[in-house]
Write a protein that binds this ligand. Structure first.
Ligand SMILES: Nc1ncnc2c1ncn2[C@@H]1O[C@H](COP(=O)(O)OP(=O)(O)OP(=O)(O)O)[C@@H](O)[C@H]1O
Ligand SMILES: Nc1nc2c(c(=O)[nH]1)N=C(CO)CN2
Length: 190
């Protein structure tokens, strides 16, 4: 994220009148099971339909070799979505998990087993968290080309708090195993 949330930009809650800061959010999407593009598009649509969330950017789609997955796992499609929101990080996480569940995400198998849909919060404004339920910034984002590369397409000057510019991080990590799929496009219905 290239800038901290602007504390002067606020939104009044329509019911309570409470003023809430607008946070810039980076979301990572992944799928390596089922109709992968449809799954990613469903996640984009569900995020766009979320009250108090405004999508500001949708990256190109990348196909990527599975990283840290069981042997013979299928390739992923990955993309990144940028949003503005007045929701808290915890509300966003609840929403992300609910969207995964709507795509029959099966959590009963082992670590990094193939999944219909993964919705990861990468950065939420300048929010930091280190609980099991919510880690922000996402602790592996800085070493994942399938997050950094699509994010770079949208925000070349972005930085991950405490890690640095994503352009520099991507140079360290490289882009082996990553293919931009210009034949696959995620649409915004807004
Ligand atoms: N930044 C975050 N974004 C999404 N989920 C998170 C985050 N931080 C912690 N979690 C927790 O991680 C759990 C999701 O684990 P899951 O099995 O989907 O991990 P994963 O997405 O497969 O792995 P990875 O975290 O390596 O991408 C959720 O229960 C959620 O509470
Ligand atoms: N290429 C790729 N590899 C992964 C991905 C992913 O989205 N893409 N997600 C993982 C766990 O969330 C583990 N490994």
């Amino acid at each position: 994220m290239s800038e901290a949330p602007n504390p002067n930009i606020i939104d009044a809650d329509t019911l309570t009148g409470e003023m809430r800061p607008i946070r810039r959010v980076v979301v990572g999407l992944g799928s390596n099971l089922g109709e992968r593009l449809d799954n990613l598009q469903g996640a984009v649509d569900a995020l766009a339909d979320t009250p108090d969330v405004w999508i500001t950017g949708i990256s190109p789609v990348y196909e990527s070799e599975p990283v840290g997955c069981p042997p013979d796992s299928p390739k992923f499609l990955n993309a990144v979505v940028l949003m503005d929101t007045t929701l808290s990080a915890h509300r966003l996480l609840d929403r992300a998990l609910a969207i995964e569940d709507a795509y029959d995400r099966d959590r009963s198998h082992g670590v990094n087993s193939p999944r219909t849909l993964d919705v990861d919060l990468i950065v939420v404004g300048d929010r930091r968290s280190d609980t099991e339920a919510l880690k922000l910034p996402h602790p592996l984002a800085h070493e994942r080309s399938f997050v950094l590369r699509p994010w770079l397409d949208l925000e070349p000057d972005a930085e991950i708090p405490d890690q640095g510019p994503i352009s520099v991080l991507l140079e360290k990590v490289g882009t082996d195993g990553l293919d931009r799929r210009d034949d696959l496009v995620l649409e915004s219905d807004e």
